[in-house]
Ligand binder design. Structure first.
Ligand SMILES: Cc1ncc(C[n+]2csc(CCOP(=O)(O)OP(=O)(O)O)c2C)c(N)n1
Ligand SMILES: [Mg+2]
Length: 358
């Protein structure tokens, strides 16, 4: 099946006005966070920030479809999903300042966010296979089986990696309860989607692995939520799904990038694709009489207050120790990393001497 859901009257969807407003609230929180993070990076508060502006409808819609026990496999780009999953904003800020993820001890089934492209895809397939195994053990009499599934987030660029093909292949063969959620934002840094793959779509690639691929309008959060919910139901019953969410990255790839250098390589895109999802959703909810000025003001104020508190909390936590990067992968550090660690020690010692000299 391959479809893009057009906007319908709210009464024709399965969502109440209240549920639709909660999705709006998370989109406002996510937008406010992205804007604040960008401003903080510009002040030197963190070294880099990958903005997700334009992708909030897609990410909040997908996260809203998750049950509490479902696993999320995120990337550096999918912080709006973490916000919608109620990961404290201070945790996300502190991670960008070099502290370990989930500083607050917040306990949601989230994998660490992947920065190497596509590495989380075989991890998600493997986690799905482990869930099946756990279920079969528990069903044979050792306790209550959960019905958890995994949602694996990645970008259009990730579909060119071997890990994408290997992960989907394993999931298809072993009936892993995984939804592969590809957020097609048109860019892999400077490479536009039409130069990434000659396939008609990304969703069509699911055919090769024996399961369904679906396209959805990623700027319509209710359509995304509904599509991902259906996909999760299918995954839970043993049929993985590849969802391609069509959206658009409005900002730079990261704060180290300058899109004016490559924007002209973009193909003409339809209006709905590049439209701002927050403006569009707000206009839609107003048309549906599901939202008024008072609610908008309240949600915006709450988001600002939540952010003020998160920044204050992040600033109260001591700076990351640069040695942490050596301490979390190997039990016994291999010789090349021992050398780098020794270099870091001498660099820090020299810097301290220079600071004393001044
Ligand atoms: C294995 C690997 N190769 C290259 C990179 C450098 N890199 C960082 S982001 C990126 C583009 C990814 O594009 P996409 O998958 O569409 O995700 P988006 O950034 O658009 O969210 C690349 C090539 C990397 N991080 N990992
Ligand atoms: Mg991309």
């Amino acid at each position: 099946m391959n479809r893009i859901i057009g906007e319908r009257d709210l009464s024709e969807t399965s969502f109440s006005p209240e549920q639709a407003r909660e999705v709006y609230r998370d989109m406002v929180r996510a937008r406010a966070f992205d804007e604040r993070a960008l401003a903080l990076q510009r002040r030197g508060w963190m070294s880099s920030w990958p903005p997700y502006k334009g992708q909030e409808g897609s990410q909040v819609g997908a996260a809203a479809a998750l049950d509490e026990e479902d696993w999320l496999f995120p990337t550096y780009r999918s912080n709006a999903m973490q916000i919608a999953r109620d990961v404290p904003m201070s945790d996300i800020l502190l991670f960008r300042r070099g502290r370990p993820e989930f500083e607050s001890g917040h306990d949601v089934p989230n994998f660490p966010q992947a920065v190497p492209i596509a590495t989380q895809i075989p991890h998600a397939a493997g986690a799905g296979m482990a869930m099946n195994y756990e279920k079969s053990v528990k069903e044979s009499g050792e306790g209550d089986a959960t019905d958890a599934a995994a949602l694996c987030y990645f970008g259009d660029g990730a579909t060119s990696e071997g890990d994408f093909h290997e992960g989907l292949n394993f999931a298809g063969v072993f009936d892993a309860p995984v939804v592969f959620f590809c957020e097609n934002n048109e860019w892999a840094i400077s490479l536009p989607r039409h130069k990434q793959t000659a396939s008609d779509s990304i969703a069509v690639k699911a055919d090769a692995y024996g399961f369904e691929g679906v396209q959805v309008d990623g700027n319509d959060p209710l359509a995304v939520r509904e599509t991902v919910s259906e996909a999760l139901d299918s995954a839970r019953s043993g049929d993985p799904v590849l969802v391609e969410s069509l959206t658009y990255r409005q900002g730079a790839h990261t704060t180290s990038d300058d899109p004016s250098q490559y924007e002209e390589t973009r193909r003409e895109l339809p209006e709905w694709r590049t439209a701002d999802p927050l403006d569009r959703y707000e206009a839609y909810l107003r048309e549906q009489d599901a939202l008024d000025d008072e609610f908008v003001a309240e949600v915006e104020q709450e988001a600002d207050a939540e952010l003020d508190e998160a920044v204050e909390r992040a600033e109260s936590v001591e700076d990351a120790d640069p040695h942490d990067v050596f301490d979390r992968v190997y039990a016994d550090l291999p010789p090349n990393l021992q050398k780098q660690k020794a270099w870091l020690d001498s660099f820090i010692a020299d810097r301290d001497v220079q600071e004393l000299d001044h």
